[in-house]
Design a protein around this ligand. Structure first.
Ligand code: MN
Ligand code: MN
Length: 298
């Protein structure tokens, strides 16, 4: 092996170790989350506890924990003054990074002892398993396996939400993994991926709802006012952050700064993603390392 190869190999090993560490933290945080989530508990408390746990375990938060109930498929995180409570079919989507290498993982729980909820969860768990087993097939095959599995439970996959490639400080690194057969004959290049089937008893697609309070930095531009707040945002290295974190650090006046930054297109806010027919939605997600073999990291 020549010098370049050795250097490359060292780099990939280091990258793998960091992803692996992020995944280990993710596993523990998931176990912890299952213990602390109870019906009727404020989502704000749950979010704070989960995010605190990530840091206690030596991880960094890759995005605000998403706690989406029922027909909200994704992009819901409690605001600083949220009164919402855990109920219904709750999706817990957690992101952890170690030096920018991200583990993105999600699970769903039924908080109202409802058979339909439990079946929806089984459907995405089974679909995720099938997708991972087939991650070295072409992309349309992975999508078809997800779709078939979810449909076998009598539900629909959400077609306009996808799994995605992960790269350093980049949650959506260009390549998507569909939740249906999209006809794409290509295979996934080796790398790290988040696979995330969503199942619903609704229409099988989402629309963009209310603003979520989750943002990303879009364009770095010099500002005259609120420099400290912008610096705080820049520390997230382009990963998502939320108004709750900014208010915690700077108080409620910071909401005006976020508004201003959004108008100036310095930051971009994500909308909540709502199921079109207001069907219930479940989600299961794992981060995998795809080489010749397939390893679940989260
Ligand atoms: Mn996720
Ligand atoms: Mn994801």
């Amino acid at each position: 092996m020549n010098h370049e190869n050795i250097k490359n190999k060292e780099y990939f090993n280091r990258e793998y170790e960091e992803y692996k560490k992020a995944g280990e933290v993710a596993k523990k945080v998931k176990e912890y989350s299952k213990k602390i989530i109870k019906p009727g508990k404020p989502l704000l408390e749950i979010a704070n506890e989960i995010e605190t746990k990530i840091e206690e375990l030596g991880g960094k938060i890759a995005f605000p924990v998403n706690l989406s109930v029922d027909d909200i498929a994704a992009h819901y995180t409690p605001s600083h003054d949220s009164k919402e409570k855990a109920e219904g079919l709750l999706k817990i989507d957690i992101g952890i990074h170690i030096n920018g290498y991200i583990a993105d993982t999600a699970f769903s729980i039924d908080l109202e002892d409802n058979e339909e909820n439990k079946k929806l969860i089984k459907a995405t768990d089974a679909a995720l398993k099938k997708a991972i087993e087939n991650a070295n097939e072409n992309i349309k095959t992975i999508g078809r396996k997800i779709q078939k599995e979810i449909e076998s439970y009598g539900f629909s996959p959400i077609k306009n939400l996808q799994g995605h490639k992960l790269e350093k400080y980049n949650l959506h690194a260009g390549i998507n993994i569909p939740n249906y057969d999209d006809g794409n004959e290509k295979k996934l290049p080796k790398g790290y991926y988040a696979i995330e089937p969503f199942s619903t008893n609704g229409a099988g697609s989402i629309y963009e709802g209310k603003p979520s309070g989750i943002y990303i930095l879009k364009n770095k531009k010099p500002v005259r006012l609120n420099r400290k707040i912008l610096e705080f945002i820049e520390n997230y290295e382009g990963l998502p952050f939320c108004s709750r974190w900014v208010v915690k650090k700077f108080g409620k006046k910071a909401l005006f700064a976020l508004n201003r930054f959004e108008q100036k297109e310095i930051i971009k806010q994500f909308p909540q993603l709502i199921e079109k027919d207001h069907g219930k939605v479940s989600q299961s997600e794992h981060t995998i390392c795809l080489k010749n073999n397939i390893e679940i990291l989260s």
